[in-house]
Design a protein around this ligand. Structure first.
Ligand code: FAD
Length: 480
């Protein structure tokens, strides 16, 4: 590894072996794909370097519980360094990967202007996916997505903040706008989010305010598709829709968002009529775009990159002409596999096994086969839907299954214990123990944008696209 405050071409020197003499495996990303690949290499005679732009492993399926005050961020995002503490052959490096050179076999990462070059013998790329606004990136300003801890904390601030502002609003129109929450995207994340906001408004916050009746909050879940939870099939989707309706969530299907601004959003119905929903809080849960690194790898290897930015991999999850480069998880396109945690976990483990086999001269493994363990989504406390092979569950049984599975995959004993504790508080009682939202959480992203693109590039080494900073005050522009 070479580190320098400024990258130079002299840094890009790949040696065949590391100082320990063992093959070097570089893993990009500490999400499900990256972390499980690293762990699967625990006993392998290799040196593993995990490079990721966050210092934690994020359990994305529970982000909505951080956004709605049930869990703390630490419970779903343990430090990667701590998880791999006992794995002697693994090291963790913080940095955003800005370049991969397949010919030189190097990965370049940057953090706060410090560039590090990591030579590799084997590479696993598991950089995941971000939110997609389907070409309308300006929506992001008013309708944050839910992909990171920053997103969840910002949303927490916006959701709880909207009730606070409604309490002191002076006109009914303003109260209505502040107490309208629109979730765009009726997949599992959107359904879970809408269900939780409904519980928050109708149950948790009911006795906390004096001037407003939080149970009158309007919660809208909308999607351009004709069904809720399309991947779960018609029966479960319909069941989820009816249950959401029963909780007072308006489900609007076939509704396409055409514009979003600070005060609300415009929606086009199937009959072509465009209408407006005044709403202070908008949440985007409608689409993903794979990491930019997919395009970087596609350009160099000739592998196809689809519209969602996913790179087509060979059946053994490698790139054409590069058996040493493995791409797993949300970034890869193979047999229309879904972007779910199990695809990433199983892909990461498969890539690790391929590497061990290749290095010890064993014949190649059979092609990657995904074992579908099923899908689940919660709707409210005590109610969920689960689609497991030939079996479809709903209601309390599905919810218990959901509880057990999620608990199993939360990383770390400590986090499991405190998660159970917080679930007891929220599901058996009325409380939400994580309601804190600081101004920095709500406005931090906006303030950083105002510092301009040069600042964000220096800090993260990330996108060089100019950020959309306006001349006026960020807090006034975009707050609830
Ligand atoms: C809100 C939400 C809810 C979900 N719910 C479920 C669910 O209930 N069940 C389910 O199975 N799946 C769910 N998913 C999907 C699941 O989380 C993903 O499929 C899974 O995380 C993909 O794993 P991955 O390793 O490919 O990417 P990720 O887990 O996203 O990890 C990507 C890693 O790469 C790092 N990274 C990204 N770019 C760079 C870069 N340039 N340089 C360095 N590091 C980089 C990131 O910091 C991160 O560590 C959900 C996703 C979201 C967002």
């Amino acid at each position: 590894m070479t580190t320098s405050p400024e990258a130079s071409s002299a840094d890009h020197t790949a040696a065949a072996t590391s100082t320990s003499g063992r093959p070097r495996v570089v893993i990009v990303g500490s999400g499900f794909g990256g972390l499980f690949a690293a762990k699967a290499l625990k006993r392998a005679p290799v040196d593993v370097t995990v490079v990721a732009k966050t210092s934690h492993h994020l359990f994305q399926p529970l982000l909505y519980q951080v956004a709605t005050g049930i869990l703390s961020e630490g419970e779903i995002a343990p430090a990667t360094r701590e998880i791999l503490r006992g794995q002697r052959n693994a090291r963790v490096v913080l940095g955003e990967v800005t370049g991969i050179d397949l010919a030189a076999r190097t990965v370049t990462s940057t953090v706060l202007g410090r560039t590090t070059v990591h030579p590799y013998d084997e590479l696993i790329v598991a950089a995941g996916a971000g939110q997609s606004y389907f070409g309308n990136d300006h929506f992001a300003e008013f309708a944050p997505g839910m992909k990171s801890i920053d997103d969840a904390l910002e949303l927490r601030g916006r959701i709880f903040g909207a009730f606070e502002l409604a309490e002191i609003a002076t006109s009914q129109r303003e109260i209505d706008r502040l107490m309208t929450f629109v979730v765009v995207g009726a997949g599992p994340t959107g359904v879970e989010m809408a269900g939780q906001i409904a519980e928050l408004a109708r149950r948790t916050l009911r006795k906390d305010f004096r001037n407003i009746d939080t149970s009158q909050a309007r919660i809208v879940l909308l999607d351009a598709a004709p069904q809720v939870l399309p991947s779960f099939g018609e029966k479960l989707g319909d069941r989820a829709r009816r249950q959401l309706n029963g909780m007072g969530v308006e489900v609007q299907l076939g509704a396409m968002v055409t514009d979003v601004d600070a005060d609300g959003l415009e929606v086009k119905d199937p009959d072509g009529v465009i209408r407006r929903i005044p709403a202070a809080t908008k949440i985007w849960a409608a689409g993903v775009q794979a990491s930019e690194l997919g395009r970087v790898l596609g350009e160099q290897s000739g592998a196809e990159v689809d519209r969602a930015g996913r790179i087509a991999v060979l059946p053994d999850l490698t790139l054409p002409g590069h058996p040493e480069v493995h791409v797993v998880g949300d970034m890869m396109a193979l047999d229309k596999l879904p972007g779910v945690a199990q695809v990433a976990i199983q892909g990461g483990r498969y890539a690790a096994k391929s590497i061990v086999g290749r290095l010890s001269g064993k014949p190649a493994q059979p092609p990657f086969r995904y074992f579908d363990k099923g899908s689940m989504a919660t709707i409210s406390r005590f109610s969920a839907v689960a689609d497991i092979g030939r079996f479809k569950f709903e209601g309390f049984i599905a919810w218990v299954l959901w509880l057990v599975v999620h608990l199993m995959y939360i990383v770390g004993f400590k986090s499991r214990i405190t998660t159970v504790f917080h679930w007891l508080i929220s599901f058996l009682g009325r409380g939400r123990s994580q309601r804190v939202a600081t101004q920095q959480q709500v406005y931090g992203r906006l303030a950083l944008e105002q510092l301009g693109p040069d600042f964000s590039v220096a800090k993260t080494g990330g996108s060089k696209k100019p950020a959309a900073a306006g001349p006026d005050d960020a807090t006034a522009r975009r707050s609830a």
